[in-house]
Design a protein around this ligand. Structure first.
Ligand code: BES
Ligand code: ZN
Ligand code: ZN
Length: 489
């Protein structure tokens, strides 16, 4: 879908050309482009301010049916995300106009004082991520995706970037894969089915796959995880995806929370908004899509995805508040609140992963707590780790990909909140304050001497409002972030 092309203004005929414009600086050295932008600036309603939009039909200077100008604000504020958002908005605009293709005019690296890749990569990301619609449940499809998006550059030397479009598109397809799974309704992704979907996708891209079914989980002692699925008609599943390029080094393990629906169980959630809990498998989706993408890109590291999948439902066989279960490590847990189920499936998955694979690093990703959304809002994930290098890596990748993370503390003296009168630990504290921290601290009780980070994505995993390069629904948050982190580890 994505192509990178040199501009030959004389010959090129375009359906429509998307052009970024700044308020206070020109972005094009090419004389034809420069005069085209001048033409736009003559219109009083278009100043290049963020949000400004102008369409000129059959402009004088280039051979295009339409020139679509999008304001990108001031030079000082221009960053990767500005370019990503510009390309995403442009592509979404073209989809809404019912067009088949788009051409994006790439600003001159010279005028922006930046490496070409700093411009090309975010433009490609915005275009690829914006070219997605989730309409498989609609009888009538309102729109169609663009078949082609080409980036038109004016540079002479493009050889270093020849593969960039392929790589970027593959990464963005990972994000889109995760979005599709997240948007799917829970009746079509019950644990047995979701596990099969992930395994099928993994096999297609040459991952090693393994599935632990419920009898095996019972035999191996996944007591905490099984307590969550006890109320459901569906059986718990543990999916393992492995990318093994044949290195002798210890693997990196990624763990993703896969609750295909979180009703809260006997500690039932209020009905308002409960439908959003179909997205409670966003961590699992991100981890599975990351593994598939790492395999497609032939990453040189051994990476293992460990994905516990359950449905959290109330019923006569459901776990009751006050029940005590034995987790994989042998530690007993008093389940005071059945809605704090994510941590119960994660501790068993993580303990199993540490024992089985002895990873170099482990990162878990989970829609774990509403408290994290209260703390950081809907666009920023909570990062918990005691490993400074890992923290720095995740935070930097978050800035680069704009899948932002903010580090939160894990104070030792808060641990006492999780003391139980009857078991080794309780799954929630008596107080709701600091809920995201409580969740993270609970997890640490089940792993030992391990470089580990926990990323709480309850906020950014899905959204009610559309963004510049994402529609309402699952965002696929975490895939680009994890891939960028993996490249550094
Ligand atoms: N899946 C929820 C967390 C969540 C909330 C995800 C909002 C996405 C958006 C999780 O299982 C949960 O219910 N957590 C409880 C924990 C509480 C019972 C300690 C919460 O956050 O209220
Ligand atoms: Zn819950
Ligand atoms: Zn949950």
């Amino acid at each position: 879908m994505l192509q990178l092309k040199r501009m030959e203004t004389e010959r090129q005929k375009m359906e429509n050309l998307l052009i970024p414009v700044l308020e206070d600086r020109d972005l094009f050295e090419d004389p034809k482009m420069a005069s085209l932008v001048k033409e736009a600036r003559r219109m009083r309603e278009f100043k290049g301010e963020a949000g400004d939009e102008l369409i000129l039909h059959h402009p004088e200077t280039v051979d295009a049916d339409r020139a679509i100008f999008l304001g990108c604000g001031k030079y000082e504020k221009l960053d990767r995300e500005t370019l990503r958002a510009f390309a995403g908005k442009g592509v979404k605009k073209c989809i809404r106009l019912g067009l088949d293709s788009a051409s994006i005019a790439v600003p001159s690296p010279n005028l922006l004082n930046r490496e070409a890749v700093e411009i090309l990569e975010p433009l490609m990301e915005g275009a690829a991520l914006g070219n997605h619609l989730f309409d498989r449940y609609k009888q009538k499809k309102k729109h169609r995706l663009l078949k082609n998006v080409e980036l038109i550059t004016f540079e002479k030397e493009m050889r270093p970037y020849r593969r960039l479009n392929e790589k970027t598109e593959t990464i963005c397809q990972g994000t889109i894969m995760a979005r599709e799974w997240i948007n799917m309704p829970s009746n079509d992704k019950r644990p047995e089915v979701f596990a099969k979907i992930i395994i099928g996708a993994g096999r297609k891209y040459k991952l090693k796959t393994h599935l632990l079914n419920e009898p095996e989980l019972r035999r191996k002692g996944f007591g905490a995880m099984l307590a969550v699925s006890a109320g459901s008609q569906s059986k718990a599943q543990l999916v393992i995806l492995e990318h093994d390029p044949g290195t002798k080094k210890k693997p990196i393990v990624l763990v993703g929370k896969g609750v295909t629906f979180d009703s809260g169980g006997i500690s039932l959630k209020p009905s308002a908004g409960m439908e959003d809990m179909k997205t409670d498998m966003s961590g699992a989706a991100a981890v599975a899509a990351t593994l598939i993408t790492a395999a497609r890109l032939n990453f040189d590291k051994r990476i293992i995805g460990v994905i516990p999948i359950v449905e959290n439902m109330p019923s006569g066989s459901a776990t009751r508040p006050g029940d005590i279960v034995k987790s994989y490590t042998g530690k007993t847990v008093e389940i005071v609140n059945t809605d704090a189920e994510g941590r119960l499936i994660l501790i068993d998955a993580m303990a199993y992963a540490q024992r089985t694979f002895q990873p170099e690093v482990m990162i878990d990703m989970a829609t774990l707590t509403g408290a994290c959304v209260v703390a950081l809002g809907e666009k920023i994930a909570g990062l918990f780790t005691t490993d400074e290098d890992l923290a720095a890596a995740v935070l930097a990748s978050g800035e680069k990909t704009f899948e932002r993370c903010w580090r939160l503390p894990m104070p030792e003296d808060y641990r006492e909140l999780l003391k139980s009168d009857f078991a080794d630990i309780r799954n929630v504290a008596e107080t709701r304050w600091g809920g995201a921290i409580q969740g993270a601290l609970f997890l640490t009780e089940f792993i030992k001497d391990l470089r580990w980070a926990h990323i709480d994505i309850a906020g950014p995993s899905s959204g009610k409002k559309e963004g510049a390069y994402c529609n309402a629904g699952g965002t696929g948050f975490g895939v680009r972030l994890l891939l960028d982190v993996l490249e550094k580890l």
